[in-house]
Design a protein around this ligand. Structure first.
Ligand SMILES: NC(=O)c1ccc[n+]([C@@H]2O[C@H](COP(=O)([O-])OP(=O)(O)OC[C@H]3O[C@@H](n4cnc5c(N)ncnc54)[C@H](O)[C@@H]3O)[C@@H](O)[C@H]2O)c1
Length: 394
């Protein structure tokens, strides 16, 4: 993670986060460890919990605890344990929050409104979190500013399609060792994440079908050479079905009933609500755990459906999440957004705010440098031309 390690040198030297109490709710992976250690070396006191009951890497949690971070996370939590860990982080009275899915921020607003007056701001890592926070802001319910890290271009153009594209397939392959070549793969949702997964599945030799509700994204999928159809139609052909919508009950009873024997079901969206587990439980005559990542549901008609990672994020539940190279971008944006919040303490409105353009560009420039890529500098004449209207057809 060369960009983040470069920033670490400055943070360790200048201590811009000195004595800042940070509360973080993030997937506890080795990349998160690099971010959290960097903040600690910059002077912050960090309390950390996992942002998913199944995504914590226990060895990383243990290493962070030894480093001096207050960690409340382990793999395989119940829902009650998950929220207890969030409450434990809030007991440290954070001034800045880092969230991935908005469970930390929503718990503060629901259970600890006493913390809000002391809060400088927060950051949000993922699309679903930003969607929830914008809904809170629209209702006038969001009481402190949150920087939408997800929406920075150097995050969402790379992390969402490339990080999830690769790691979702990695999770499915590690869990099942299935061959993608020659399979019918259905991707539900052709947004930033789904389009990345679709390209990678195509690259593995799969026949890819897209289910999409937004006409523009559906058209993008069709023009990229994918078959585009409804969920009901696609369910019948799927050997492997992957959801990436951020939506609720996109695959449900009527779809399960139509599916082929031995179809694999995986979710890459933030919450475990995209593939309806209640419906699956209801229509299954038996359920058997084949390995820690695969549950086999047998339906009345005899079809066996394989659900991966209990319908939670397959790339984190069955593999290690995004590669470090891509998290270098996302977490450098996170770190600089925390610095932005501190520099603008008291000036940001209590709503969802954008990552400043200069921060976004700076992270992209540093990454290019680390990759030994050079970009073109515009001449003064070109800058003037691009900002003017007078010159037309010659
Ligand atoms: N697994 C990971 O590591 C990871 C990484 C980044 C984002 N995410 C999550 O992935 C999800 C998608 O994120 P994104 O950035 O691609 O969002 P996005 O908004 O770019 O794309 C979502 C797409 O799903 C479509 N959609 C919504 N409901 C649908 C339905 N019922 N049927 C068909 N299509 C439907 C939308 O029209 C949209 O095109 C979010 O929950 C996000 O938080 C996961």
């Amino acid at each position: 993670m060369p960009v983040l390690m470069g920033l670490r040198e400055r943070f360790e030297r200048d201590k811009p986060l000195i004595d800042l109490q940070v509360g973080a709710c993030l997937h506890v992976t080795k990349e998160t460890a690099v971010l959290v250690e960097t903040m600690a070396l910059g002077g912050a006191k960090v309390a950390l919990c996992g942002s998913n009951p199944l995504s914590t890497q226990d060895d990383v949690a243990s290493a962070l605890a030894r480093f001096g971070v207050n960690v409340f996370a382990w793999r395989g939590q119940t829902s009650d344990e998950y929220y207890d860990c969030i409450r434990s982080v809030l007991a440290y009275k954070p001034k800045v929050t880092l969230d991935d899915g908005a469970d930390l921020v929503s718990t503060i607003h629901r259970e600890r409104p006493d913390l809000i007056s002391g809060m400088f701001g927060g950051t949000e890592e993922t699309t679903t979190g930003v969607v929830r926070l914008r809904a809170m802001a629209k209702d006038g319910a969001l009481k402190y500013p949150i920087v939408a890290v997800n929406d920075a271009q150097s995050k969402s153009l790379f992390d969402n399609p490339l990080g999830t594209g690769q790691s979702a397939l990695d999770g499915i392959i590690r869990a099942t060792n299935v061959l993608f070549a020659g399979k019918d793969v259905v991707i539900v949702g052709y947004g930033r994440v789904g389009s990345g997964i679709a390209e990678r599945a195509k690259g593995h030799g799969a026949r890819v079908t897209i289910v999409e509700a937004n006409p523009i994204n559906a058209l993008r999928a069709a023009m990229s050479g994918f078959k585009v159809t409804t969920m009901k139609d696609a369910a019948r052909c799927a050997d492997i079905l992957i959801t990436a919508t951020g939506d609720l009950n996109v695959v449900r009873k009527e779809h399960f009933m139509e599916m082929k024997d031995k179809a694999i079901l995986a979710n890459a969206g933030h919450f475990d609500v995209e593939i309806s587990k209640p419906d699956l439980e209801q229509i299954a005559v038996s359920k058997r755990r084949l390995n820690p990542c695969v549950d086999q549901y047998t339906l009345k008609g005899g079809q066996r459906l394989f659900l991966l990672a209990e319908g939670r994020l397959v790339n984190l539940g069955c593999a290690e999440g995004h590669p470090s190279e891509v998290m270098d971008l996302s977490f450098s944006i996170q770190l600089l957004s925390v610095e932005h919040i501190l520099k603008n303490r008291g000036k940001l409105r209590p709503t969802v705010v954008d990552v400043p353009k200069d921060v976004d560009f700076e992270v992209a420039r540093l990454k290019l440098q680390a990759m030994n890529a050079r970009i073109e500098e515009l001449t003064d004449e070109q800058k003037h031309y691009l900002a003017s209207w007078e010159m037309g057809t010659g």
